[in-house]
Ligand binder design. Structure first.
Ligand code: ADP
Ligand code: ZN
Length: 731
């Protein structure tokens, strides 16, 4: 390899492929040579596979047998910082490199030559014979000056068939050209006028931009109540990145939100950014991937995996709603996009902004410790004020069996209806009822493949397993005792609450918002817009409504069960309840009308409920931090979750027990192992699941220890092991 990373033809190169192998493979550099980092196609057995030139070949075998790289793909080579990043994520998450490369190449057809399409312009010659149709085509082309059209566009504009256009091409009156399909994204202009910022906002922007101009890595926690203008502030940081000629990435937790956000980007910068999410088409994904790599996409708005796009010069990553649990990927590569954004930026000298009204304890603690800067926006923009929060003590309410709206809440909703204002009733449970019970034998209908109860979805007229998605029709008779007509729903879900609301407020217009009730992101967005315009008196919603949607007429939030998530076994139960309740309450009173949030609870004196009501956020974080510190759990200690699964429970437990016995590599670094124990959901899709938990002091090299611990394991047949570093959920 030469000093600038070039391999001459025939030189041995090591290639990392996307195939599940535990090492790189040696090939000869192709005709014309290749650069370190080049994306290549190589032969593997009878197949051609995608790979990246990772370094000089290792040799050590009969060099006459070395095969050659088939070809170098026409895309920008992988940059050194990306190779470094992938390697570090692999080490951190204990993921094999081929899986990392797959994550970094999740765009189909990367290897294809740039795809071309035909476009049409005005040609030089006159056609031999003019017809009305031909005249119209030429008029359209003249009218639009030098603009090119696709065949379909041109025919439609002129109101002719495509054969008319083709005829003109033959005559030379219209010119046909090939043009690449993957076009650069339109230019975003950071110097279009932005909004006039409040003093608070301007101060935050000045600090962020000063950091960006330093050119050094740095992370800032941007904390501010919903509506305080966090988005306005970070858009100005995006503007600064663009002025500095660097690329920016905005990560959002939910697709449904991007539409509103894209409109804001367009208003600020005059054009739409590149989008990266699971709903994008194959062609669009490939276009984003290529344009990001060649620097022709200045801003990407996307889901967590956008972090693995081949940015040429990533100067800023914004993680909006940074506390959101969807940033943690829980299958395949178990990574936290928030943490990996920080890692990536530290490698490439970029800035990170973590925005939230209710930050994760991890980020709060990092700011406390001085690792992150912290900026607070304390007031809401304009007239809007934070809602008043009050408990409804359910022990004192007269409740009819099978109802969940207390008399106090009912009265508050009634008042809003009379004033023409909106109320939101929040319940974090999809479906009609979480449990279907047989009143004859006590059986609770469960999924056949999972250790989970089936949830009735009356809307779909089916029972559904929220673990595996399996559904079945609601039976007439109990599947266990066979008695008919005794199956009864127990507990509320959003559909049942809506039924109660309809009965309680017969004159009100009621809208339901739950992720499973809409076929597409577009249908959901349309519904949200209808509601925002005031087309509902009562909105009944799940977690979906807690996130960023703007309902100006909403002045009351009623939380049906504030205690629901308080008692999970999860170490983050208190934190999650606190975040969720504050986010939901923040939906009320965004415009000029003050809002109120009422929390139905059986434990108004519980410390978490009290902290939510009092609004003493710092007090809550400090108490929560002290508790975690005492218990030695994250972020003051380290954890890793191990899940073993297989079709038979016995062998899975045997492996778990053997792992617990042979824990020397863990003890070497001061780590402890707990378990094996059946996982909280002991069976999913027919596979039995056993968990082990590794706990270690902060700073212990836990990945290394775990790698040494699991290396000698021989997993037979269908048994699988997954390692989740810094687990967020414990199912
Ligand atoms: P957050 O991201 O903190 O929830 P947003 O940035 O979405 O807050 O701001 C809330 C609303 O207030 C938005 O409609 C936004 O356009 C508006 N807003 C915020 N700051 C300003 C400002 N300085 N000038 C005009 N409108 C603003
Ligand atoms: Zn199931």
């Amino acid at each position: 390899m030469s000093a600038n990373g070039f391999f001459d033809e025939g030189e041995l190169v090591a290639v990392l492929t996307t195939q599940p192998l535990d090492r790189t493979l040696d090939y000869r550099a192709p005709e014309g040579g290749c650069f370190l980092g080049a994306f290549v196609e190589v032969p593997l057995g009878p197949r051609k596979v995608l790979g990246v030139v990772w370094g000089p070949g290792q040799g050590g075998f009969d060099l006459n047998k070395a095969r050659s790289v088939i070809r170098v793909l026409e895309v920008a080579p992988m940059r050194e910082e990306m190779r470094l990043f992938l390697g570090k994520v692999a080490d951190y998450t204990l993921t094999p490199m081929p899986a990392m490369l797959r994550l970094a190449t999740r765009a189909p057809g990367l290897g294809d030559p740039p795809s071309m399409r035909k476009i049409y312009r005005l040609g030089g010659s006159e056609p031999d014979r003019m017809t009305d149709a031909r005249t119209r085509v030429l008029e359209v082309l003249r009218e639009y000056g030098g603009l090119a059209f696709t065949l379909k566009e041109l025919a439609e504009q002129a109101g002719v068939t495509s054969s008319v256009v083709k005829g003109l091409v033959k005559q030379g009156a219209v010119r046909e050209e090939d043009s690449p399909r993957d076009l650069p994204y339109p230019h975003l202009d950071p110097d279009l006028p932005g909004k006039a910022l409040t003093e608070d906002q301007a101060t935050a922007v000045a600090k962020l931009q000063a950091g960006q101009r330093s050119g050094d890595y740095g992370t800032t926690l941007l904390k501010g109540v919903t509506g305080s203008g966090k988005t306005e502030v970070y858009l100005e940081a995006v503007a600064e990145a663009l002025r500095l000629g660097r690329q920016a990435l905005v990560l959002l937790p939910e697709i449904a939100l991007t539409a509103e956000f894209l409109t804001r980007v367009e208003a600020r910068f005059g054009a739409r950014p590149a989008e990266w999410h699971s709903g994008a088409t194959m062609t669009e994904r490939r276009r984003v991937w290529r344009m990001v790599g060649q620097g022709d996409a200045q801003l990407v708005v996307g889901a967590r995996s956008a972090l693995f796009l081949p940015f040429r010069d990533l100067g800023l990553v914004v993680v909006d709603e940074e506390h959101d649990t969807s940033y943690k990927q829980e299958d395949g590569v178990h990574y936290s996009a928030r943490d990996m954004a920080v890692l990536r930026s530290s490698i490439c000298g970029g800035r990170v902004i973590l925005a939230s009204a209710t930050p994760s304890l991890e980020s709060w603690a990092n700011a406390e410790a001085g690792k992150y800067d912290r900026l607070d926006l304390t007031s809401r923009f304009g007239e809007a004020v934070l809602p008043e929060m009050k408990p409804i003590d359910m022990r004192a309410e007269q409740m009819q069996p099978g109802t969940w709206i207390s008399p106090s809440l009912r009265q508050a909703v009634q008042q809003r209806i009379e004033k023409g204002e909106q109320s939101l009733l929040f319940i974090n449970r999809r479906g009609y009822a979480p449990v279907t019970l047989c009143r004859a034998c006590g059986e609770q209908i469960a999924c056949d493949h999972c250790d989970a109860r089936m949830v009735e979805h009356r809307f779909l007229k089916r029972l559904m397993c929220h673990q595996c998605g399996e559904t079945k029709p609601m039976p007439e008779a109990c599947p266990s005792c066979g008695v008919e007509g005794k199956l009864a729903p127990v507990g509320p879900g959003i559909e049942r609450l809506a039924e109660e609301a309809e009965a309680t407020f017969p004159e009100a217009k009621i809208a339901m918002l739950s992720s499973d009730l809409f076929g597409s992101a577009r249908a959901l967005k349309a519904k949200i817009e209808e509601i925002a315009e005031g087309d509902a008196d009562i909105v009944i919603g799940t977690q979906l409504v807690a996130k960023g949607h703007n309902f100006p007429k909403l002045t009351l939030v009623g939380v049906i069960d504030a205690d629901l998530s308080l008692h999970g076994a999860d170490l983050r139960a208190a934190e999650r309840t606190f975040q969720l309740m504050r986010q939901v309450a923040g939906r009320a009173g965004r415009a000029d009308k003050p809002g109120q949030a009422l929390l139905q609870t059986f434990q108004p004196e519980h410390p978490v409920i009290r902290a939510i009501l009092s609004g003493d956020e710092e007090g809550f974080w400090r108490t929560e931090a002290a508790g975690r510190q005492a218990a030695g759990v994250p972020p003051y200690g380290r954890m890793a979750g191990i899940v073993l699964s297989g079709p038979e429970v016995g062998p899975v437990f045997d492996i778990g027990n053997a792992m617990a016995r042979n824990d020397a590599p863990l003890r070497d670094v001061g780590a402890q192992v707990f378990g094996p124990a059946p996982a909280p959901i002991a069976r999913i899709r027919g596979r039995h699941r056993v968990r082990l938990l590794v706990k270690a002091p902060k700073g212990a090299p836990i990945q290394d220890a775990i790698a040494r611990w699991i290396a000698p394991l021989k997993l037979k047949g269908d048994t699988r092991l997954t390692v989740d570093i810094d687990p967020q959920s414990f199912y």
